[in-house]
Design a binder for this molecule. Sequence first.
Ligand code: TYD
Ligand code: MG
Length: 435
Amino acid sequence: MSPKWLGRCPDCGQFNTFTEEKVRRAEETTARWIFSSDDPRPLSGIDAAGAPRRPTGIAEFDRVLGGGIVAGSLVLLGGEPGVGKSTLMMQAAGRLALDGLKVLMVSGEESIQQVKLRATRLNITSDNLLILAEIAVDQIQLAVEKTKPDLLIVDSIQTLYHPEISSAPGSVSQVRECAGHLMRLGKGSNIPVFLIGHVTKEGAIAGPRLLEHMVDTVLYFDGGQGNSYRLVRAVKNRFGASNELAVFAMGDSGLVEVDNPSALFLSERPEGAAGSIVAATIEGTRPLLVELQALVTPTYLSMPRRLTSGVDHNRAMLTLAVLERRAGARLDQTDVYINIAGGVKANEPALDLPLALAVVSAGSDKPIEPDLCAFGEIGLAGEIRFVSNVEDRIKEAAKLGFTKIIMPDQKPPKKPADVKLIVAKTLQAALEQIS
Ligand code: TYD
Ligand code: MG
């Protein structure tokens, strides 16, 4: 911030990044939050049922929302262009409109004809679904006041502009101010608001990221690289578990829910390949089986290469160090590549053990039995540590036909009949199981 214009920003060193922002007087900016204008009230006298949830009817979407749409909530749906954000919102809007809810969809990117074309493709039509092509946030407010919708969808936040701010739509101040305006509008009238935001491949600067702290729920849409699978992940949720995951497939008439994502992620698993193992992970509250792959090759570099994709790089490096120091693996003359198949990302300590097993299998060129799966955190002393949701992991593995599970010493009281649980207290003990 600077009281006068500067050619070069003293913070980031870039030229021409300074934009003028009018400072508004205090009484203009103090938001009158209707929902907080009462006197303080005793906690015991507050009725929590005042914020009921409304399921959209799309079960996977409801899952990431934490059970449905909460009245007055502000949700950000981010993702790269073309991943399917408008499609998902249109499908949700269509379902809710069928249930008799009035939905106002504001499009700042597409004409109403384009929106209609998409709706036709998705087989959606309803008198309850109102479309407005508009980018001025005060006009949107007028439309909301006039039509009194049960749900407001804005596509996208980057196209909106606030007439009192001189910078262009999509700039930091516009995005922040417009989102703030819609938040007050939504909270004040108890209308849930969905904001669609574009994230570019580089991770977007003036994009949705700066809204994350402001909104109640942040959902990110991820496209499976080169395939039709779409993952929606809750990275923040004031009304439910974060890290919750929804899996869809993009078809000819919209997004279709994938009921059994584990089976999907394992469907292309190679048979008898060394370095491949199935890991039982938890995403939010959902167990998910993923295929971890490792490749170990002789290195031509003085600093051997370590490449990871889909897993947490630092955790993977820790696991490699423990493998060398506690289990006698020799990796100093080898490059190590680690990947989760299908473009899935998983970031969980329970991936340590399967990752170590995959690397050893790759290094020794010995395939791991196809019906074996694993989970467990590895400590620096080489001990296998407890993880959460053990029963769910085991159940999911059993469901998909795995018969052996290498795991920490935390057998649950009950287990599926046809699964053998192999407890390993140390990395050494676990490695003996696959040698
Ligand atoms: P869209 O929802 O417009 O993406 P976003 O709003 O995130 O930019 O959808 C983009 C892609 O999805 C587009 O390339 C066309 C494709 N698509 C389908 O494959 N099937 C469909 O039924 C629809 C509506 C879109
Ligand atoms: Mg769109």
